[in-house]
Design a protein around this ligand. Structure first.
Ligand code: GAP
Length: 446
């Protein structure tokens, strides 16, 4: 049996050291549960988002995109049920004033009404998770607006706009990536649960008689998506929500869970939201949100199958899944991120073996040629072995080395991160070679 090299401490430390993720406002001591994405982190996050967007909108001709605003009309959140239902039961340690979610306490703590510190707890109290603020200069209840707790509602309120202005016909989907906010109690596990986060949500509008068929289709498709991203299948599983766990809008719900170093946790929710959302928005807005099938002339309120993934949580997942420490020689261990080449912050590192004799200049030229198509990085500092290791640690899948043979024959060596094997290829073939290697990338079984 091999031991799991991943610990959250190592992942947090690598993230900080290599510029993936920093604590927010760190020079002021940080802000609990808020994080900033550094130069490599923002590239990784953008690429994970891009991978999802490509999967949804580019590879499906019946899914279109949307980017709705974060602040919406406050009635949206009455209609959606969030004003009345989006709440946790909270208790407070009467000595330290620390707050806990009632359902996060153990059976014994709930029975004895004591906190994890052993102090008496206050009575449970309902605490709405939406952040509110005021729009305009007057701060009264009529000016209250909310920071959206999910991106989905921006899609529902634009359903009619999209139907009228694009050529979509049921079944079709609307995809969106954006920020969401929840005033959650967060104490641990890095960027897993934060008060400000990003979601990647796709709402698929279907005929009510086909809801179960589409639910199973999307459930399977979403699992395949994670596998196409190179995530280890043995660390992914489904769990179904029991009747007492279902959100107020859901008829059926499954989570895709990932085995993080701190245990199995939700990565994405797949929900059959029925006609709940469109019916409620129709009712509250007084607008007709029915759909007319122009073939059958049937008018109906579509059912919605939702796939709702966390973008920032996916970033943590890909870091945890990619992280490895491998023995590469007697007592020599390399730290490596086995990121899928489509999401790695740097795709190709270009490294001259030495700086002199024109090698650095040629390496620069090659790097500039690749730049148009790939995220490149040029590094001429230090021993070549050390430079490879630096790229392994940030997950760069290809290192191209320019040596004396390059100057004679116009060939380079390409080193593959996962196998560490090297191959000699002509500079003229390099860009195409990288392209086909990305296309056929399969993570080796570990
Ligand atoms: N529209 C449905 C919805 O929002 P959810 O299960 O509450 O469903 C969907 O959230 C996904 O959003 C979760 O699976 C998770 O990946 C992400 N998510 C939710 N709350 C989060 C938080 N506080 N921090 C980071 N990601 C979060």
């Amino acid at each position: 049996m091999t031991t799991d090299p991943r610990t959250m401490d190592k992942i947090v430390s690598l993230s900080k050291r290599r510029g993936f993720i920093y604590p927010s406002s760190e020079i002021y001591g940080g802000l609990a549960s808020a994080w900033d994405y550094g130069p490599l982190g923002v590239e990784l996050k953008n690429r994970v988002a891009r991978f999802w967007w490509r999967e949804m909108t580019q590879l499906h001709d019946n899914i279109v995109g949307l980017d709705a605003s974060i602040l919406m009309h406050p009635t949206v959140w009455k209609a959606s049920g969030h004003v009345d239902n989006f709440a946790d039961l909270m208790v407070e340690d009467t000595v330290t004033n620390e707050r806990y979610r009632w359902d996060h306490l153990t059976e014994e703590q709930r029975e004895a009404k004591t906190s994890p510190n052993g102090n008496p707890l206050s009575e449970p109290r309902v605490f709405n998770l939406m952040f509110s603020t005021h729009l305009g200069p007057v701060q009264d209840s009529s000016s209250t607006v909310y920071l959206r707790p999910e991106t989905a509602q921006g899609i529902y309120v634009n359903f009619k706009n999209v139907v009228q202005t694009s050529r979509v016909k049921i079944p079709f989907g609307i995809a969106q990536i954006g920020k969401a906010f929840r005033n959650e109690i967060v104490t641990k596990n890095f960027i897993f649960r934060t008060v400000e986060f990003e979601q990647m949500e796709m709402q698929y509008f279907v005929h009510p008689s086909e809801d179960e068929k589409w639910f199973s289709t999307w459930k399977a498709a979403r699992m395949e998506y994670y596998e196409s991203l190179g995530i280890r299948p043995e660390r992914l599983r489904f769990t179904e929500h029991g009747p007492d766990e279902l959100a107020h809008y859901a008829k059926t719900a499954y989570d895709i869970e990932y085995e993080f170093p701190f245990g199995w946790q939700e990565l994405e929710g797949i929900h059959n939201r029925t006609d709940y959302d469109l019916s409620r928005h129709g009712e509250f807005s007084g607008k007709d949100l029915t759909y007319l099938d122009d073939q059958s002339r049937e008018r109906f309120i579509p059912y919605i199958i939702e796939t709702s993934a966390g973008l920032t949580r996916s970033v943590l997942m890909v870091l945890c899944d990619a992280y490895d420490e491998e023995e590469v020689g007697e007592g020599d261990v390399r730290t490596v991120l086995h990121l899928h080449p489509r999401i790695a912050p740097v795709t190709v590192a270009v490294l001259p073996l030495v700086k002199k004799d024109g090698l650095a200049e040629r390496a620069r030229e090659i790097e500039r040629e690749l730049r148009d198509d790939y995220a490149t990085f040029y590094d001429q500092g230090g021993a070549i072995g050390r430079r490879y290791r630096r790229q392994d640690e940030i997950g760069t899948p290809y290192c191209v080395t320019i040596d004396y043979e390059t100057m004679e024959k116009d060939t380079v060596t390409i080193r593959y991160r996962d196998s560490m094997e090297q191959e000699r290829i002509a500079v003229a073939d390099l860009a195409n070679h990288v392209r086909s290697s990305i296309k056929s990338y399969k993570r080796a079984a570990l």
